[in-house]
Structure formats: C-alpha cells, structure tokens
Design a protein around this ligand. Structure first.
Ligand SMILES: [Mg+2]
Length: 219
C-alpha cells in the first residue's frame, strides 16, 4: 500500500508568522529601494513569482527577466543571512510525522508557492528537506493549480508507479481547492493562514490541528 502525499510548506511544515518571509520581503525592498514593497499584499498560498509580479505592478514597474534575476540574487543572499536565525521553526509535530512517513512505502512530495531555493533553505533549517525528492515550486507556475499539475507530473515520473491514494496536506482553503483540482484527498491543518472554521466550510476530507491525528491513515 503506497500513497502519494503532497505537503505544503508555510503554515504546514514550517510555523508561519510575520517573520517567515522576511528574506523575501527584504529582498523585494532592496531591489526596489523601498521599505514597503509588500504593503497591502497577501502572499498566503500564492506563488512567489505571482507575488513578485504584484509587487512590481503596485510600484508601476514592468516585469523583466533581468529584474527577476536580480531579485533572485538578493533573495539568496537574504536566505543565507537568515539561515542562522530562528525565523523558520517546525510546525507542531510535523518533523516527527514526516520522519515516520519517510520510513514507510509512502511517497512524499511538495506543493508550494515557494521558489525551490526558499523551500530548500526553510526545510533544511527544520531538518526535513532530505525527505522530499521533488515538488512543484513557485517557479513552476504562477498559479497554485498549475504548480500542483507540475508536481503531480514530476511525482509520476520520479516514482514511476501508481498510487493507492493521493493526498494534499495544507493550511489554507486554497490547498483544499488545489487537492480537488488534482483529484487528491485533502488533509487540512488549522495551524496557518485559515481558521478551523474557514477550513471546515469547504468540507476537507480531514481537518486536524496535529499530525498525530492522521497517524492511523499512514502508519
Ligand atoms: Mg501554507
């Protein structure tokens, strides 16, 4: 019995608070010589590329490849700078759960709006990056659905087998829609951007506040 399990990152594996995205915010500020690049922008569950385009639009700057490349360089430097701080912490019992899953036949992957480099820094910091051989990332598509499509294609190719079930685990209502978009079951975790009540409204297959609540499904 082998399931394919997609994890979201922010609010799911990594505890989400106002500091989680500091490297990204500071990189955008530095690029545009401002201190409020992210003003009025909600980045929850969105792709980093999509957010970047909105930032530029708000500053009436046209998107160019050169700007993007420049941003990526600054972003990587900021990620390095923050690596030794405590801005990225594990969410609840995520690490224990992922480590246990990694010892089973289940297959793990990511669906995240994060750029791959940001995902790597965050997940290396909390010690679980090595358990995710692939993922759909922010550079794969501007929309969450598009990212999920790419993630599923990569997973099928990489694991080269059929799965008994496909699951998505995520903290937002958009994760619920995304799971349904790829015909996966959704496990909503009320530890992030959306409240339990908000998640409940969309009737996820499972609604949890700790990973141990779904232990029996997989372990
Ligand atoms: Mg999230």
């Amino acid at each position: 019995m082998s399931d394919l399990i997609f994890f979201d990152i922010n609010g799911t594996i990594v505890k989400r608070d106002e500091r989680t995205d500091l490297p990204y915010i500071e990189a955008a500020n530095e690029l545009l010589y401002t201190d409020n690049a992210m003003k009025d922008i909600n980045n929850a569950a969105r792709s980093d590329m999509d957010v970047f385009r909105e930032i530029l639009m708000n500053h009436t700057i046209e998107y160019t490849e050169a700007l993007w490349t420049n941003f990526l360089e600054i972003y990587e430097r900021k990620l390095e700078e923050y690596k030794s701080t405590d801005i990225w912490r594990i969410n609840k019992d995520a690490k224990k759960f992922i480590e246990k899953l990694a010892k089973t036949d289940h297959k793990l992957a990511l669906i995240t709006g994060e750029l791959e480099i940001g995902a790597r820094f965050k997940l290396e910091k909390v010690g679980v990056w090595q358990h995710f051989p692939l993922g759909g990332f922010g550079e794969d598509n501007v929309s969450r659905f598009g990212i999920a499509d790419v993630a599923l294609q990569k997973a099928k190719k990489y694991y080269n087998e059929s799965f008994d079930n496909i699951y998505v685990i995520g903290d937002t209502t958009l994760d619920i829609a995304t799971a349904r978009h790829i015909d996966a079951k959704i496990i909503s975790i009320a530890t992030g951007a959306n409240t339990k009540k908000e998640l409940e409204y969309y009737k996820p297959d499972y609604l949890i506040t700790r990973f141990r609540k779904i232990k029996k499904l997989f372990l």
